[in-house]
Design a protein. Structure first.
Length: 337
């Protein structure tokens, strides 16, 4: 898996990261771009198909694909399109897919979500990305381990299953984090929980926004698939869509749970603030008599009562204590109501 991470620009001038040729047995054999082009043009090799995976960070990749692979205009337009919405479209008997996935070193940051572009035809699947992605890396490793692939569509189905597994793992990891935050909330420790919940919710919302359109797009495709897609592949695509729907439903439920936790934390913080404000108000009310009397007695004017009385100080203290006790009693009654 780390091989793709360490390769910033592909293995050759085309920006190719990896290429495979699949025989009738479905076993993948490593090939380069020149071998793949010769095999696609050869009439003696019509029973095999190819998968070429490119790195779009290589400056020459797009031009090489346009000049040599004869992909559809929709695929090249999608590379330049600012929209990253997940979709699968049929264009000139070729499937063009835009798939969003998480980066290889995904760390629950919204910026770690990236896009994979796919062109799936009868004998060729082309994939291209800007940075390493988990699902495409798992597909490449499966092919290298010798897992058989019958057709380019089966490669796409395997990719969809891998992407669904990645999404399920993200939901599982997010659920574990939310469980930990909920335990801290029940224990009364609200230090950084609100920030963590907000970050998790932003990531899940972005994932759902980017991934949610995919099932609907696949259902539209499966109603009228191309002639070269076998019935078994169509069924596998439909099953992967259903699995994706379940993962998205779990993600939506987790978002709702996070929202409820955020509301609970906000209510607890508001309650704590109200208690602090009430305590401050009580202290202010209790200090009011002594402040008023001290202010009056502190005026340097004539006629201050008990100025020459031998017990004048204690009389003032008694008055302050009496008023403070009355104010405290009134505040206590209001707090009990």
């Amino acid at each position: 898996m780390k091989a793709e991470q360490s390769s910033l620009y592909g293995a050759d001038v085309s920006g190719l990261i990896c290429g495979f040729r699949f025989t009738q047995a479905g076993k993948g054999q490593v090939v380069g771009t020149q071998e793949a082009l010769e095999g696609l043009l050869s009439k003696d090799d019509e029973d095999s198909f190819y998968w070429l995976h490119f790195n779009l960070a290589h400056a020459a990749t797009e031009k090489w694909m346009r000049d040599n692979l004869h992909l559809t205009d929709l695929f090249h337009e999608s590379l330049r399109d600012g929209s990253r919405t997940t979709r699968v479209e049929l264009d000139d008997d070729t499937l063009v897919a835009v798939v969003n996935d998480v980066s290889y070193d995904f760390d629950f940051e919204p910026s770690d979500i990236s896009t994979l572009w796919l062109s799936v035809g009868r004998r060729l699947m082309v994939s291209a990305r800007m940075q390493p992605l988990r699902s495409i890396d798992r597909l490449r490793d499966a092919v290298r381990r010798g897992e058989p692939m019958r057709s380019p569509v089966e490669l796409l189905v395997h990719l969809m299953h891998d992407q669904g597994d990645v999404l399920v793992n993200i939901v599982r990891s997010s659920t574990a984090r939310v469980d930990d935050i909920e335990d801290r909330l029940l224990a009364g420790r609200l230090v950084t929980n609100r920030a963590k919940l907000g970050m998790l919710r932003r990531v899940l919302i972005r994932l759902q926004r980017l991934l949610a359109p995919e099932p609907a797009a696949l259902f539209r495709l499966l109603r009228k698939p191309p002639d070269w897609i076998e019935e078994e592949d169509s069924q596998d695509l439909r099953q992967s869509t259903e699995e994706f729907n379940l993962a998205l439903s779990d993600m939506a439920a987790l978002q709702e749970r996070i929202k409820l936790l955020q509301e609970d934390i906000a209510a607890r913080v508001a309650e704590a603030n109200n208690r602090s404000l009430f305590t401050l108000t009580i202290v202010t009310v209790l200090a009011l008599p002594i402040n008023m009397i001290a202010g009056l007695m502190g005026m340097n004017v004539g006629g201050i009562p008990w100025a020459d009385h031998p017990y004048g100080f204690w009389l003032v203290v008694a008055i302050v204590v009496s008023f403070t006790a009355v104010a405290g009693y009134i505040a206590y009654r209001h707090s009990r109501e």
